[in-house]
Ligand binder design. Structure first.
Ligand SMILES: [Zn+2]
Ligand SMILES: [Zn+2]
Ligand SMILES: [Zn+2]
Length: 350
């Protein structure tokens, strides 16, 4: 809809905002290409304090008979029209977002229209591609658009090899070395974060295995399992009870115990299997809290030795004990939710 408005006394054709009744319009917005859009002061002022101030300033400059006029230049007139339309209707069509999303984000940032800004960030985040990511990350930085920037960084992290080959990246390298540095720094940090996460998952898995070995050790020494019974009893008859819940760890440990009983070299003869059991027994003793005499072999002896040596105890061993204790706590928490434990081979008892 076009109508001639003598709001400003000029002969310029002033357009209305599509879908909005222009009657009573008291503001004129001059856009690129010399087009003008009519709007209402109270609507613009209530949506944006920046527009309100601009319009008030323009009021002071107003010549008699002229309307309040501001200029929104540097973006296409239709983008300004879509911007004003959002202010009136709180709506922005998918087509407008696709065509003018970038301009609308800039306008919503400059004029502090928070709702539109959030909508633009979401809309543009869905359009981040290998080709557009560099432009959009620059835009996001300029407009302080954290959500959009985060989406861009995700694409950058996942597809950096492809992004690196785009014209956009080459342009960035030539013209914005600071942003290039910032992005490379981010990628570097992301890589170390990933490595740290993997390392800690691996470590956690190891402590969980150690904890399982501890639990099996107690289970064998207290209840007996398959072929090894408690030292003061014989192995229980397993045929009725079915296979042990932690078959592979338990079997490995039983073989280790039987080996220990018959090995000619023992720990001091340098047998690595005996040494492994020795360490498991020592670890058990370090976390064992049984007040009565414990049935796990050497537990009491290790405890006595430990209380004498406590001052000289080495830090690495203490750390290992702490980690296994926390794995124990975690496993008892997760056991409530765990329906069935998949048997797996533990590297500590093989
Ligand atoms: Zn068992
Ligand atoms: Zn041995
Ligand atoms: Zn014990």
């Amino acid at each position: 809809m076009k109508f001639t408005e003598d709001l400003t006394g000029s002969q310029r054709t002033t357009e209305g905002i599509p879908g909005v009744d222009s009657s009573g319009a008291d503001v004129r917005i001059v856009t690129s290409g010399g087009r003008c859009i009519a709007a209402h002061f109270h609507v613009l002022a209530s949506a944006s304090t920046v527009l309100e101030k601009q319009l008030e300033r323009s009021e002071k400059r107003r010549t008699s008979g002229g309307g309040r006029t501001i200029r929104i230049l540097g973006v296409p007139c239709d983008a300004v029209s879509a911007f004003l339309s959002f202010i009136y209707t709180s709506r922005c069509s998918a087509e407008e977002m696709e065509r003018y999303g970038v301009h609308l984000l800039v306008l919503s940032h400059v004029y502090c229209v928070g709702r539109l800004k959030r909508e633009c960030e979401r809309g543009l985040a869905g359009m981040v591609t290998v080709e557009s990511v560099v432009d959009l990350v620059q835009l996001a930085r300029m407009c302080d658009a954290a959500y959009l920037k985060m989406r861009c960084l995700k694409v950058l992290e996942g597809r950096f090899k492809e992004v690196e080959a785009t014209e956009g990246w080459k342009f960035l390298q030539a013209h914005d070395p600071f942003l290039e540095l910032e992005l490379l720094q981010f990628l570097d940090d992301a890589e170390s974060r990933k490595k740290r996460r993997m390392r800690s998952r691996e470590e956690q898995g190891l402590y969980m295995e150690l904890n399982e070995a501890m639990e099996c050790l107690e289970h064998i020494c207290m209840e007996g399992c398959t072929s090894v019974g408690p030292h003061d009893g014989s192995p229980p008859n397993q045929t009725k009870k079915g296979p042990c819940q932690r078959y592979s760890t338990c079997m490995g440990l039983q073989l280790l115990i039987r080996h220990f009983a018959t090995c000619g070299r023992k720990v001091h003869g340098g047998c690595s299997r005996c040494k492994r059991l020795w360490q498991l027994l020592r670890l058990h003793s370090s976390i064992c809290e049984r007040p009565e005499p414990c049935k796990v072999p050497l537990c009491e002896q290790f405890k006595m030795k430990l209380s004498v040596e406590r001052k000289g105890e080495d830090g690495k061993w203490r750390l290992l004990v702490r980690k296994v204790v926390s794995a124990k706590a975690m496993s008892s928490l997760s056991q409530r939710e765990r329906v069935e434990l998949q048997p797996h081979k533990s590297c500590w008892v093989g």
